[in-house]
Design a protein around this ligand. Structure first.
Ligand SMILES: Nc1nc2c(c(=O)[nH]1)N[C@H]1C(S)=C(S)[C@@H](COP(=O)(O)OP(=O)(O)OC[C@H]3O[C@@H](n4cnc5c(=O)[nH]c(N)nc54)[C@H](O)[C@@H]3O)O[C@H]1N2
Ligand SMILES: Nc1nc2c(c(=O)[nH]1)N[C@H]1C(S)=C(S)[C@@H](COP(=O)(O)OP(=O)(O)OC[C@H]3O[C@@H](n4cnc5c(=O)[nH]c(N)nc54)[C@H](O)[C@@H]3O)O[C@H]1N2
Ligand code: SF4
Ligand SMILES: [Mo]
Length: 880
């Protein structure tokens, strides 16, 4: 797309890759979205989620006005109430009786003022963020090793590397544009190798030269064993160790007993595979180790981080092109949050809670109330709320009722809390519906500020839409409350640029190069036109790589080895499975935005549990039937997906489904509150659960024009489609009257007659309503999972239907001229699995050939790994 005069340069609000986006509003209110060819994170590429951003901007479900107790209120009243209640609570019970729970989806300017209010002027450390669930172990690991929370490298290093090790990262789905950059570099330099370390065979494995399907939490053992192996074969950089580090001996002492056999036992990997990995690492100088939630979200996450960093320090592979440990961040502004002190144990500008730093802030902010000690970390915070110790809570841009461990307890704690404020774009998230005060936040496209991506690059998010209703940006809301609490001068900002200038000034304040985070070169930068830039930026120059001189931010400037000992293996109690949780390609977290885009919802339309075939047989769980997962914390009901990709003994469930989209799909209801002792990050990937079949008497599938209501139905999952909704259903107990059930589910009055057919022999039954040429709803019921083509049924909602077709529709039979495209694989062009399989059988044996034939995979490219998988299977079938 060419850039027109109304095109705005902004940044994608999803993952930490931080892609530049060109947004061009159209006269009809729609917005054309394209990748920014000049942005150094993506050079014009976007993934499926980024490409579909224009489809998530509708006002459906938006919170448009402030509300108190569910009633519309003026901003004046709502802000007064929040300020007054916070002030009174603090006056009566002290500053630690209040808290803010924020998010890596706030912009840096929003985050800066929230932190300043809590730590600088309320005087409590009680501001924590969903980054505690996300990056806290990386932060703790960085600080132990480097003395600062510094990501050393940049994206270019991934293209320059000869060996890329992906640990606990499903990069192809979670950081797709970065993944594509790697795959392109590998295509150009086939000598480049990729190793994936993940218990599951994800689509990221498809391009890996070696996939190590490690036992859950086996990572520390694997990297400790690697340290020993490197030392033994003299593959360490003795000079770097001597000049630039401390603690090598102690780390090696712990590692000595970890020979290949012991590592094999702890990781479940073969000695041969481990040896290949160790050989590759030893012989490849240009090595980058990328890690993500399979590392961080663990009870031993910080140790995993340091086990990884140790091998990079031992080989001196840090701070150089194509080398380094690389924690890729999840949220668009996970890094920005860390920079402003969004974590309860950090102060602003990457400063720790040390007396000199507290005093520096006191002087800089001119406040005598700066918090003296760290506040409560997320899991502790919600415990303190449950215990009534924290009495007023303000939640911003996060949905803890779905995303926190022990999610049912978190919901109960929020319900029991005396005063809960939620700032969100949406009115009815599972968290917002529990709030006393709801504040309408401006969202992406409306907000103005900065974010920092995984490679320390600060980019602007610029507005191109007016905020709807009375929605306001988060920085404004916080500033207004702060002023009403009496802090007028300290929060006199008029615009985000004022906040950014102060943030940059603080980072440079008394910073003689002894603190990593320094934006002093941007203090007077022209904010509106700010180009993407990597920090530190001292005296104008930006810094592409850190630690290039072998100096670190510890008191003696040396990096530290941490003597980490592998934990005992994670063994589920008899009869239980390890619950692994994470993401799917086309949804973002609790789906408040991606759930609005039909093409994103088409990729995976219901919550599921991936099980290994052996576990499925043992537990009598059939593919596509229902499975109940439970433990003492809670229970979920999801679809069974039996697959060899899953490791035996564990089950994978996505984190995305909430009470808005499913009957019983909130997976965090089952995750316990165990945390890493260093970082306080919860172990979100290793709960223990019992899995068993849930015997559905009847399964259903429906499409409908209006959003259906299934309250009381055992299993339902709904997804938005073009023209309406689709729903998967299952009934453990059946309603007595199907017609009555359908009327209430689809909102059809008594007087309207429904079409219906039933086949006694097969037990199949369908109900439908047509109005003129329109299908209002169609419901298919069957004793077995319903086989009707989903794509076909969905397409009926946008077609004009002649009366003659009604009978075929009732039986669920596409016309002979309408082959079933199958589940959508390519979200951009709506190409289904059956179409790709057909083309593969017909001779398209490469992803490129499929692209020429069907266009699939030719836009964002996020589906290319899946296309490759389908080609493989069908080539084999064709050959048989
Ligand atoms: N499509 C999509 N992309 C996203 C997001 C999204 O919601 N949707 N969210 C963003 C955010 S905030 C984040 S934090 C990132 C997360 O990005 P990732 O960390 O890549 O994603 P996850 O799926 O959470 O987990 C990654 C992998 O860790 C593996 N794993 C589990 N246990 C272990 C273990 O013990 N060891 C190892 N080595 N691996 C293990 C899981 O099997 C999983 O495949 O994604 C970002 N990008
Ligand atoms: N079991 C399990 N649980 C997990 C994870 C896992 O892998 N497994 N991953 C964890 C991780 S890494 C993360 S990051 C969290 C994510 O979990 P959450 O942060 O809870 O998920 P989101 O859906 O991103 O919530 C963001 C909310 O902010 C709103 N919002 C969007 N933009 C704005 C804005 O500009 N201002 C305001 N005020 N609101 C806005 C959205 O509508 C939405 O309600 O989940 C964590 N929980
Ligand atoms: S990779 Fe996709 S989700 Fe992540 S920033 Fe880029 S376009 Fe957005
Ligand atoms: Mo995250």
């Amino acid at each position: 797309m060419s850039k027109s005069s109304s095109t705005i340069r902004t940044t994608c609000p999803y993952c930490g890759v931080g892609c530049g986006v060109l947004a061009t509003p159209q006269p009809d209110g729609s917005v054309i979205i394209a990748g920014d060819p000049e942005h150094p994170a993506n050079f014009g590429r976007l993934c499926s989620k980024g490409s579909a951003l224009g489809e998530t901007l509708s006002l459906d479900g938006r919170l448009l006005y402030p509300e108190i107790g569910g009633e519309r209120a003026s901003w004046e009243r709502a802000l007064d109430l929040v300020a007054k209640t916070f002030a009174e609570t603090i006056a009566e019970h002290g500053p630690d009786s209040v808290a803010i729970y924020g998010s890596g989806q706030l912009l840096t300017e929003d985050y800066y003022v929230a932190n300043k209010l809590m730590k600088g002027f309320i005087g409590s450390g009680n501001i924590d963020t969903n980054s505690r669930l996300c990056m806290a172990s990386s932060v703790a690991g960085h600080k132990r090793a480097f003395g600062s929370d510094t990501v050393p490298g940049n994206y270019e290093d991934l293209e320059l590397a000869d060996l890329i090790i992906l640990v606990g990262s499903n990069l192809s789905w979670c950081h797709p544009v970065l993944y594509q950059r790697i795959i392109k570099a590998k295509a150009e330099r086939p000598g480049m190798r990729i190793v994936l370390i993940d218990p599951r065979r994800t689509t990221t494995a498809d391009q890996a030269d070696l996939h190590l399907a490690i036992k859950p939490d086996g990572d520390t053992a694997l990297f400790v064993g690697l340290l020993k192996s490197l030392a033994e074969r003299n593959a360490v950089d003795a000079e770097f160790i001597a000049e630039s580090t401390n603690g090598f001996g102690a780390a090696l002492d712990v590692a000595r007993s970890w020979n290949l056999e012991r590592v094999a036992e702890a990781t479940g990997l073969s000695v041969r595979d481990i040896a290949v990995f160790y050989d590759w690492f030893a012989e490849t100088t240009r090595t980058v180790t990328v890690y993500s939630q399979g590392v961080n979200q663990s009870a031993t996450g910080t140790d995993k981080v340091n086990a990884i960093v140790n091998v990079h320090l031992a080989t001196g592979r840090i701070g150089m092109p194509g080398m380094g440990p690389f924690s890729v961040t999840g949220q668009p502004n996970a890094m920005g949050g860390r920079e402003v002190g969004g974590l309860a144990n950090m102060l602003a500008a990457h400063m720790d809670f040390e007396p000199a730093n507290i005093d520096r802030l006191r002087r800089f902010w001119r406040s005598e109330r700066v918090a003296q000690k760290p506040g409560l970390k997320a899991v502790e915070l919600f415990e303190a709320i449950a215990q009534g110790k924290v009495k007023a809570l303000w939640i911003m841009a996060t949905n803890p009722v779905d995303s926190m461990p022990e999610a049912d307890k978190v919901r109960a704690a929020i319900r029991a809390c005396q005063f809960v404020v939620v700032s969100d774009m949406n009115a009815a998230t599972d968290t917002a519906v529990e709030a006393h005060v709801r504040l309408p936040a401006a969202g992406w496209g409306e907000k103005n500020g900065t974010v920092t991506n995984s490679e320390r690059r600060i980019s602007r998010q610029r507005p191109f839409l007016a905020a709807p209703g009375e929605a306001k940006p988060d920085w404004w809301i916080v500033t207004q409350v702060a002023r009403r609490m009496g802090h007028t001068a300290a929060f006199a900002y008029e615009r985000p640029a004022d906040i950014f200038a102060e943030h940059a000034a603080l980072s440079g304040f008394e910073n003689e190069g002894n603190r990593d985070f320094d934006l002093s070169g941007l203090m007077h930068a022209e904010y509106d036109g700010l180009q993407p830039v990597q920090w530190p930026v001292r005296a104008v120059r930006s810094t592409a790589r850190m630690f290039t001189d072998g100096r670190f931010f510890t008191p003696d400037s040396r990096a530290r080895f941490v003597a980490v000992a592998p934990p005992p293996p994670l063994t589920p109690p008899p009869g239980m499975l390890v619950l692994n949780t994470g993401r799917v390609r086309d949804h973002w977290h609790t789906m408040t935005r991606t759930g609005k885009a039909a093409r994103l919802s088409a990729h995976m339309a219901e919550p599921f549990a991936e099980l290994h075939p052996d576990d499925a047989i043992e537990k009598s769980i059939r593919h596509a039937s229902l499975v109940r997962l439970e433990n003492r914390h809670g229970s979920v009901l999801v679809r069974a997906l039996v697959t060899e990709r899953q490791q035996k003994g564990s089950v994978f469930v996505p984190m995305h489904w909430t009470d808005r989209f499913s009957a019983q799909g909130r997976i965090d209801a089952l995750v316990g509150g165990q945390t890493d002792p260093q970082s306080g990050q919860p172990a979100l990937k290793s709960a223990m659960v019992v899995a068993g079949p849930a015997l559905a008497r009847r399964y259903g599938f429906a499409v409908s024009r209006a959003r259906p209501q299934f309250a009381g139905t055992d299993y339902w999952a709904i997804a938005e489609t073009t023209g309406g909704w689709r729903a998967e259903l299952a009934f453990i107990t059946e309603p007595e009257d199907w017609v009555g059930w359908a009327r209430s589910a689809f909102g059809v009055g008594e007087k309207v007659e429904l079409l219906s057919i039933a086949d006694k022999a097969s037990g199949r039954q369908s109900l439908a309503l047509f109005e003129g040429g329109k299908l209002i709803f169609a419901l298919y019921l069957s004793p077995d999972p319903v086989l009707v083509s989903r794509q076909w049924a969905v397409s009926l909602l946008t077609e004009t239907i002649k009366p003659a077709r009604r009978a075929d529709i009732l039986v669920g039979r596409p016309g002979a001229d309408r082959p079933d495209p199958g589940p959508i694989v390519c979200a951009c062009y709506g190409v289904g699995a059956n179409q790709i399989a057909e083309a593969a059988r017909g001779g398209c044996h490469t992803v490129e050939a499929i692209g020429v034939a069907l266009k699939a995979g030719t836009n964002c490219g996020s589906c290319r790994a899946e296309i490759r998988g389908i080609i493989e299977v069908n080539r084999l079938e064709a050959a048989e």
